[in-house]
Design a protein around this ligand. Structure first.
Ligand SMILES: Cc1cc2nc3c(=O)[nH]c(=O)nc-3n(C[C@H](O)[C@H](O)[C@H](O)COP(=O)(O)OP(=O)(O)OC[C@H]3O[C@@H](n4cnc5c(N)ncnc54)[C@H](O)[C@@H]3O)c2cc1C
Length: 466
């Protein structure tokens, strides 16, 4: 039997859950159904706990510098539960020349720190005098042009930490549109950042002191966020689990969604799917689809628990490719948030694989553990053997915003304009971070709830912090 809802949302990861949650809270007369192919909600967000050791299959946290995410926490009451690790007090490290180098947390301290020789620091200032780089350069090419070669390992580490990506492939316009806009608007990233910082400081004094953001999670891990969002949904009424959407077609009055268990007629359809999983549906609507797949970076997380050991202070470390290590980096989980390990123990999570080394994920768990351990023992002061190890393999890969992405994004935006009642959010479309997902999903819920069948034009720039 075909059911009717005002809106059908496909995919109950964070994106779909935010749309559903906002619709039910703000527009209670608007009927919707959220269809999800798995037996649980949350998508790639999944927390892990075993014998007092806590870790994450997917995201570890998000920065509290996004208004829509802060609003979501307040509206759901999660603001009273969340745990925070402020960037101002937590340093990070980058492995250079086989050693962990501490990266200070303020731009001024970074300039003063002996990370690169002074002559290379002078080269960084070349940014002030260079024209914006034309075309669609990769991150590596762009960073080399603006700041010189000495910074490249650090830039590589940043994109390893966020995309598990290859900065020789990622496009700067796609991954840092805000920074690229500073370059274009002010003729220099440094000049643009100074102007923006001054402006922000001026605005902040009248309201609140400008602060560095904080990494945010929950005592039970990130899954608390999606579990909480799903709490208000009713299975069989507005939540359909084990229901894989298989087709979308346009009808005279809206849309029809077919799935493995039911079909729905609706006025609006929200595709809240990772980019690659949304593409087959978009191809059903317009055969001029410019690309059927973009690359993804898959990682595995290897969890290590130790008794009577200490970690260096801070969030953890990242390793640029040039170091030729097995691991991508490590999160000092028990430093970041309380109660991640039993009393007298520490826990850290080491990441492996990524865009450059998918072959490493083919290894059996024991081999992964032993190879990761070799790097960790070399870089950290670990007095004994781990008392706990576990390999976690996330449910999804991280979409890589590489050469086909800009064309795909602009094609998608035109498609949406041509199909009133079609809304698209999800992993990889407008960024990859949790804040990006929450922001876009909240906008879509507003549009849908207010009866706008055409989404708002994309808003402002992304923050420098993802
Ligand atoms: C390993 C990893 C680490 C990450 N770390 C961070 C981090 O630390 N900080 C951060 O900000 N972000 C991080 N991210 C990104 C963040 O997790 C994502 O931005 C976010 O979770 C994506 O949510 P989503 O709902 O868009 O997609 P998903 O979580 O992928 O959800 C999509 C849902 O759609 C369902 N689905 C797919 N096809 C169908 C279909 N045909 N019918 C019905 N349902 C369907 C899927 O089963 C899934 O439940 C990380 C991601 C990964 C993979």
């Amino acid at each position: 039997m075909t059911k009717y809802r005002d809106t059908i949302i496909i995919g109950a990861g964070l994106s779909g859950l935010v749309v559903a949650n906002k619709l039910s809270r703000t527009f209670p007369t608007h009927s919707f159904a959220l269809v999800e192919k798995d037996r649980t909600t949350g998508g790639v967000i999944r927390s892990f706990v075993d014998g007092g050791f806590q870790a994450e299959y997917g995201p570890h946290g998000f920065l509290d510098n996004c208004q829509e995410s802060r609003d979501l926490l307040t509206q759901t009451g999660l603001d009273k539960e969340c745990v925070k690790a402020p960037l101002s007090t937590f340093v990070r490290y980058v492995c250079i020349g086989g050693k962990l180098q501490m990266i200070p947390q303020s731009p001024l301290k970074i300039i003063k720190a002996p990370l690169i020789p002074w002559r290379d620091k002078v080269k960084v200032l070349g940014d002030l005098f260079k024209k914006p780089l034309g075309g669609e350069p990769t991150v590596a090419k762009w960073a080399d042009y603006r700041f010189g070669k000495a910074l490249l390992p650090y830039v590589d580490a940043v994109f390893t930490g966020t995309y598990a990506g290859d900065y020789n492939e990622l496009k700067i316009d796609a991954v840092m549109p805000g920074v690229r806009a500073l370059e274009k608007q002010y003729g220099s990233v440094i000049r643009g950042a100074i102007v923006k910082a001054r402006l922000a400081k001026k605005q902040a004094t009248s309201v609140k002191k400008l602060e560095m953001p904080a990494m945010t999670s929950f005592p039970g891990g990130m899954q608390r966020l999606t579990d909480k969002l799903a709490e208000s949904l009713s299975p069989g009424e507005n939540l359909f689990l084990n229901t894989q959407a298989s087709g979308v077609t346009k009808t005279a009055s809206g849309w029809q969604v077919t799935s493995s268990t039911a079909s729905f007629n609706c006025r609006n359809i929200v595709l809240a799917l990772p980019l690659n999983q949304a593409l087959p549906f978009l191809g059903m609507l317009d055969s001029s689809l410019p690309s059927t797949h973009i690359p993804e970076a898959w990682i595995a997380t290897v969890v290590f628990g130790y008794k009577n050991a200490t970690l260096p202070p801070g969030f953890g470390f990242l390793i640029p490719e040039i170091e030729k290590r097995f691991i991508l980096g490590t999160l000092f989980s028990s430093n970041m948030f309380p109660n991640r390990a039993p009393e007298g123990h520490i826990v850290f999570e080491t990441l492996v694989g990524g865009r450059r080394h998918p072959e490493r994920l083919e290894l059996a768990d024991e081999e992964l553990i032993s190879q990761c351990l070799r790097d960790c023992e070399d870089l950290l002061d670990l007095p004994n053997q781990p008392v706990y190890t576990k390999v976690l393999r996330p449910a999804g890969g991280i979409p890589q915003l590489e050469k086909d992405y800009p064309r795909l994004l602009s094609w998608k935006n035109t498609l949406v304009q041509n199909h009133p009642g079609l809304f698209i959010c999800g992993f990889g479309w407008e960024g990859i971070g949790l804040n990006d997902m929450i922001k876009k999903a909240a906008y879509i819920a507003e549009d849908v709830g207010h009866g706008n069948r055409q989404g708002k034009k994309e808003e402002g720039l992304k923050k420098v912090y993802f």
